[in-house]
Design a protein around this ligand. Structure first.
Ligand code: GUN
Ligand code: FE
Length: 422
């Protein structure tokens, strides 16, 4: 039997707002599945090799539940327009280049490697509308050890001539893609209507039926920008709110991820909670595109499931450490805007959202719970000034962009990345 034993300062987020710390603890996995975190190595593992990382932090690896792979080439550029203009001016032309499989291979190999270097082992990702490039993306993630869901984007209206499918093409290509991606072990398909303005009623109906027939998860965008919301209202006058355009076609359930939800009011949030939809908070992107400040504290208080997304390239970096810090900052902005009435997110809460909350979408229990697959990383901060507690060290991890301090990453039980100290 294969046994992995990691020794160090083990920190995990078993509940929202609480960190569990074990100094000189042993994180043990059998056949890639966590057996437990122990203060003393249990007898049954005597003689098994222990990887001793000294005082280094052993953390859960990160989950990015919303990002756009074909926007990676425009990372850090084109931040001067609001959403709808930004899509037409920068985003759609950038995604159109993924008709070329060689280009896709080169970009996606780099992206997959960079995710792993940043400690991100689980993703829910938008590809472009191109079937072949989507399969290449899945291959490259699988090769790098990144796990999760990838969606071929569906968009049969309001694109640009170089980036739009007919309804029939969208249907046929989606079915063929689903057939061709069956053999991937760690990267699975997720249905991806880009957002309501991109999909005709017929296409939405097809996708809703497909989700029900095959038990497939769904990802899309919701209430990101006020201009977008007005547009959706004019496209679907029969729907009182944006979310109803998804529900109408069977795209609104406990296996649905909705990115942004910046302008979701209490009624829309109640609809999320009741259906078990997960809101993916993308704080960097929301600020970069002047979309707004999402009411994350309210969502959490109301029992809505919330996870985090980098939303590159609306977001300007892949590091989920940064995204967690940005979420905390956004909650402070919300507090200022709301007249100091709402509490901001704590570091422990931000960390939970970036790790355990994302892992929950994959059916995992929070923290390093026994039975979970091993998704972990070692963070070596010994070059930085001494801090007395693991909690303070974790806070510094969030704010100091310590990508170079990540020494090793395990994904789905396997060592997927390791880097000797420079
Ligand atoms: N809404 C529809 N498409 C997109 C996209 O690519 N990025 C963001 N941030 N919002 C969208
Ligand atoms: Fe997005």
């Amino acid at each position: 039997m294969s046994i992995t034993i990691l020794k160090g300062t083990v920190v995990s987020a078993p509940t929202l707002g609480e960190l569990e710390v074990m100094e000189s603890g042993y994180l043990v996995a059998e056949e890639g599945r966590i057996a437990g975190v122990f203060p003393v190595l249990p007898e049954q593992y005597a003689g098994a090799p222990v990887e001793d990382f000294g005082n280094a932090l052993i953390l859960q690896s990160l989950a990015d539940l919303h990002l756009h792979a074909p926007q990676y080439p425009m990372l850090g550029s084109g931040m001067d327009l609001p959403l709808l203009e930004w899509l037409n001016t920068y985003t759609f032309p950038t995604e159109a280049r993924f008709a070329d499989p060689d280009y896709a291979r080169e970009v996606y190999r780099r992206l997959a490697r960079e995710l792993m270097e940043n400690g991100t082992t689980r993703v829910c990702m938008f590809s472009s509308l191109h079937r072949e490039a989507t399969l290449i993306l899945m291959e490259e993630l699988e090769r790098a050890g990144v796990t999760g869901y990838v969606g071929k984007v569906n968009m049969d209206r309001n694109g640009i001539p170089e980036l739009q499918e007919t309804t029939e093409e969208s249907r046929q290509e989606t079915l063929l893609w689903l057939e061709q991606c069956q053999d991937f072990r760690h990267v699975k398909p997720i249905l991806t209507p880009r957002f309501t303005p991109s999909c005709s009623d017929g296409l939405m109906e097809f996708l809703g039926k497909l989700a029900a027939d095959r038990g497939l998860p769904i990802q899309s965008h919701l209430s990101e920008n006020t201009g977008e919301i007005d547009w959706v209202r004019s496209l679907h006058p029969d729907c009182g709110q944006y979310w109803e355009t998804y529900r109408k076609y069977g795209l609104w359930n406990e296996r649905t991820l909705m990115a942004h939800c910046v302008w979701s009011d209490s009624r829309e949030r109640a609809a999320m909670r009741t259906a078990g939809v997960t809101a993916v908070h993308c704080a960097d992107s929301n600020q970069n595109l002047c979309s707004g400040v999402a009411p994350v504290r309210e969502m959490l208080n109301e029992g809505v499931k919330v996870a985090l997304g980098s939303d590159i390239a609306g977001g300007d970096h892949l590091s989920m450490f940064d995204v967690a810090a940005a979420s905390i900052r956004a909650s402070k902005a919300r507090r200022i805007l709301d007249g100091w009435e709402t509490d901001f997110l704590t570091v422990a809460e931000g960390w939970y959202l970036a790790t355990s909350a994302g892992a929950a979408f994959f059916g995992e229990k929070p923290g390093f719970a026994p039975g979970n697959m091993l998704h972990a990383m070692v963070l070596d901060d010994r070059d930085l000034p001494h801090l007395p507690t693991a909690k303070e060290r974790l806070e510094r991890c969030l704010y100091r962009r310590q990508r170079d301090a990540i020494r090793a990453v395990w994904s789905e039980g396997r060592l997927a990345f390791s880097c000797k100290k420079k």
